[in-house]
Design a protein around this ligand. Structure first.
Ligand code: NAI
Length: 330
């Protein structure tokens, strides 16, 4: 039984994500926060006959603290989404400040909560949350997660399409590691649960997975980026976190986490990568305390090794950008 807070709950992702959370019987409280429209969203959701008590708050009168009070899971989809021609990093200036303010609220009100960051650029916003929590003396690397599930959902969907078997759509699993932006998104197609048909153009498939978000941004033509598929993916990840908190064992989920969250796994992964990185997206085993085990990459082929090598410098830059925003404000 868990209270979940959604920060940015009135947005394109926040609303469908809150709807899905309201349908989950393990969610007993839903604290919705946004700078607009949350009372309406909360009133609407509160008519659904499921256990979660829904409350919606706006900024004035300590709304953020009220939404966060008692939350064991905090999901952050607040911020601006991409428009055509923008990269996720173009969002940094606006979203960094939004995420910093929300992370301060988490540190002040529910410092032990699991924090799931959706706001882009995830590669940099997660280090921002880490720095804010560190500065307030509440950082637990086991409980901070960048939500990269959509990359796995997309990879699995695109592979299922190539298999030309609609019934495979929900059973295909393709691990995706690295980060959540362009070349840092590294699909491990050699580890797909379903072998790819022969003759598939692997480079084109990798490119589609890395830049799949652009398909949605282009199709929405200025009206935002992925919201519904993101809400689905965010909910899938949140469900795993909730199950782990409720004591279920053996839950494994992809996420962008601190390699310090499991020092043994983090060290083994750093050895595979040939470099130290503070954050990396990997398969992560969860328990009631948070990250229990970070999985290594396992067997990857030569072209996947090249993709990993290409991701590392970009990830390092993105992580430094996040740190510097807090440590060296201009
Ligand atoms: P949106 O613009 O529809 O919604 C964002 C919401 O955040 C709005 O309701 C807005 O009022 C709210 N907001 C702005 N400042 C706030 C503050 N200080 N406190 C609380 N709420 C605040 O955007 P959308 O499409 O929901 O995207 C949200 C974020 O998620 C964007 O940064 C986007 O890039 C990111 N995203 C991440 C994905 C991932 O895989 N991790 C996938 C797709 C989008």
């Amino acid at each position: 039984m868990v209270k979940v807070a959604v920060l940015g709950a009135a947005g394109g992702i926040g609303q469908p994500l809150s709807l899905l959370l309201k349908t989950n019987p393990s969610v007993t409280g839903l604290g919705l926060y946004d700078i607009v429209n949350t009372p309406g969203v909360a009133a609407d959701l509160s008519h659904i006959a499921t256990p979660a008590k829904v409350e919606g708050y706006l900024q004035p009168n300590g709304g953020l603290a009220k939404a966060l009070t008692g939350a064991e899971v905090v999901i952050i989809p607040a911020g601006v989404p991409r428009k055509p021609g923008m990269t996720r990093d173009d969002l940094f200036k606006i979203n960094a400040g939004i995420v910093r303010g929300l992370a301060e609220g988490v540190a002040d009100t529910c410092p032990k909560a699991f924090v799931l960051v959706i706001s882009n650029p995830v590669n940099s916003t997660v280090p921002i949350v880490a720095e804010v929590l560190k500065a307030k003396g509440h950082y637990d690397p086991k409980r901070l997660f960048g939500v990269t599930t959509l990359d796995v959902v997309r990879a699995s969907t695109f592979v299922a399409e190539l298999l030309k078997d609609p019934s495979a759509a929900s059973s295909v699993v393709v691990p995706v590691v690295g980060g959540h932006s362009g070349v840092t998104i590294v699909p491990l197609l050699s580890q797909s649960s379903h072998p790819l048909p022969s003759g598939v153009d692997l480079d084109a498939l990798v490119h589609r997975i890395q830049f799949g978000g652009d398909e949605v941004v282009k199709a929405k033509d200025g009206a935002g980026s992925a919201t519904l598929s993101m809400a689905y993916a965010g909910y899938e990840f949140a469900c795993k976190v909730i199950k782990a908190i409720n004591g279920e064992k053996g839950i494994v989920a992809p996420s962008y986490v601190s390699l310090a969250a499991d020092s043994a796994g983090g060290e083994a992964l750093a050895n595979e990568l040939g470099t130290s990185l503070e954050f990396f997206s990997a398969r992560v085993e969860l328990d009631a305390q948070g990250v229990a085990k970070i999985h290594t990459l396992g067997n990857i082929n030569e072209s996947e090794k090249k993709l990993v090598a290409a991701a590392i410098p970009e990830l390092k830059t993105n992580i430094t950008t996040g740190h510097d925003f807090i440590q060296k404000p201009s």
